[in-house]
Design a protein around this ligand. Structure first.
Ligand code: CA
Ligand code: CA
Length: 181
């Protein structure tokens, strides 16, 4: 089974790379892509829908391989791939360097406080410096509104904790290919 684990990791990297190449770099967009393959509209992907999702991203698998890969993604073994399962599969652990970087950013933003108000975080978020903006692929306003939406979900009573801040970046990792780390 170690071989399969390896193969599944490879496929996950390829999916992330392909999504990134198509401009998908946050979970709002990932969910849109996921739902666009949900043909029968039941909110989850069956094997056929999942196969189409993979082949649209240039991942073509033999029938037996597809079955094994699908089985890995279907973590709760209910016969469907839920959006949360896709995120969980794609979300590999953050590298230590990246985690250290996120923690440094938090230190800098919070000045050592256990929480930072969501408002001040948004004020200090530097959307124009985002790589997709500097490369002119996206508008700063789009990056900003995605950030506000996703980080806003993590706010509790208008406050963001260090844990929430780190989990935001861990989830972003689901749409970040290793070489863009
Ligand atoms: Ca479906
Ligand atoms: Ca499932």
């Amino acid at each position: 089974m170690a071989d399969w684990r390896n193969r599944v990791d490879q496929i996950c990297s390829k999916i992330k790379f392909q999504l990134n190449a198509r401009g998908v770099d946050n979970l709002v967009q990932l969910k849109d892509v996921f739902l666009s393959f949900d043909r029968d509209g039941n909110g989850v992907l069956n094997q056929l829908e999942f196969e189409e999702f993979l082949s649209k991203l240039g991942v073509f698998l033999a029938r037996q391989e597809l079955r094994v890969v699908y089985d890995h993604f279907d973590m709760n073994k209910d016969g469907n791939v839920q959006y949360s399962e896709l995120v969980a599969m794609l979300k590999s652990d953050m590298s230590n360097e990246r985690l250290a970087m996120v923690k440094r950013a938090w230190q800098c933003l919070s000045g050592g406080a256990p929480q930072v108000s969501f408002e001040s975080l948004v004020q200090r978020y530097n959307a124009p410096a985002h790589p997709r903006v500097t490369s002119r692929e996206k508008k700063a306003e789009t990056i900003m509104s995605d950030f506000v939406g996703l980080m806003g979900e993590k706010a509790q009573g208008g406050q963001i904790s260090e844990e929430a801040f780190i989990s935001y970046y861990a989830e972003c990792n689901a749409v970040l290919p290793p070489d863009r780390d």
